[in-house]
Design a protein around this ligand. Structure first.
Ligand code: NAP
Length: 230
């Protein structure tokens, strides 16, 4: 049975990924900051015949990442999805603020690298060995139209780190995928018109993750499989 670990699994795209992977028959490790408040996830646990487990993880906290590793031990993880992320406010060139920038970088760029490093052996012990980052098209430097500075920079840094892992861990058989999930109706886009639903985004992501091979490891694409310029 495929084991999938998803960060930021209590709402938005992460929650829908849990729902759809569970429906496919996978075993899902659903990580979130505050399991006590993760009501939608708890409902999925109750209806999953034991295939969904909720584990605590604050991705911005190294102690929390270490505790997750203690709980998982050597358990193989076929698909590790770094989904947790934050928007950054402070959109304009005139309102760049250090704490805001560092927090976006910490959560969106550094945390996925630390989690990948910590769970590297769990990936290597699995059958599929897929490391996934939910990035953003706004992380494309080639397509940068200005604005959204901290968020764009954090996703560009995420892409750089993950692209590096696709090369450094190639001989371990680890396959890396970076995905833009589309412009999706979630809390992150609340108040703005979104183009697609979480259902469509998660379905597309799951299809594209299934298609990843060593030959496509390290590419940046969207939830439909359309390549995105760096
Ligand atoms: N929605 C879009 O259109 C869009 C477009 C491009 C990329 N993305 C990316 O897609 C991913 C999911 O976004 P979304 O739209 O589903 O956003 P969302 O609805 O705002 O959900 C964000 C998730 O990340 C979690 N999270 C944030 N900081 C965390 C931390 N320190 N530790 C653990 N979990 C943390 C949140 O948990 P809490 O409930 O505890 O805060 C929540 O589960 C993000 O990486 C985002 O950048 C989204």
């Amino acid at each position: 049975m495929t084991t999938v670990l998803i960060t930021g699994a209590n709402r938005g795209i992460g929650l829908e990924l849990v729902r759809q992977y569970t429906a496919e028959g996978a075993q899902v490790i659903a990580c979130c900051r505050d399991p006590a408040k993760a009501d939608a996830l708890k409902e999925l646990v109750a209806s999953s015949d034991g295939r969904v487990r909720i584990l605590q993880l604050d991705v911005a906290d190294e102690t929390s990442i270490a505790s997750l590793k203690d709980v998982l031990g050597d358990e193989p993880i076929d698909i590790l999805i770094n989904n947790a992320g934050i928007g950054s406010g402070g959109l304009a060139a005139s309102s760049i603020e250090p704490n805001n920038w560092m927090t976006a970088t910490r959560v969106n760029a550094l945390a996925p690298m630390l989690i990948a490093q910590t769970l590297r052996d769990n990936l290597k012990r699995s059958t599929e060995k897929k490391l996934v980052a939910i990035s953003s098209a706004t992380g494309s430097i080639a397509n940068n139209r200005g604005g959204g500075y901290a968020y764009r920079a954090s996703k560009a840094a995420l892409n750089s780190g993950m692209r590096g892992l696709s090369r450094d861990w190639y001989d371990d058989g680890v396959i890396v995928g970076m995905f833009d999930p589309g412009w999706v109706a979630t809390d992150m886009t609340a108040g703005q018109p979104a183009y697609i639903s979480v259902e469509e985004s998660a379905h597309g992501l799951i299809c594209q993750i299934a298609e990843l091979t060593p030959a496509t490891s390290g590419i940046f694409q969207d939830y439909r499989g359309v390549r995105i310029r760096w």
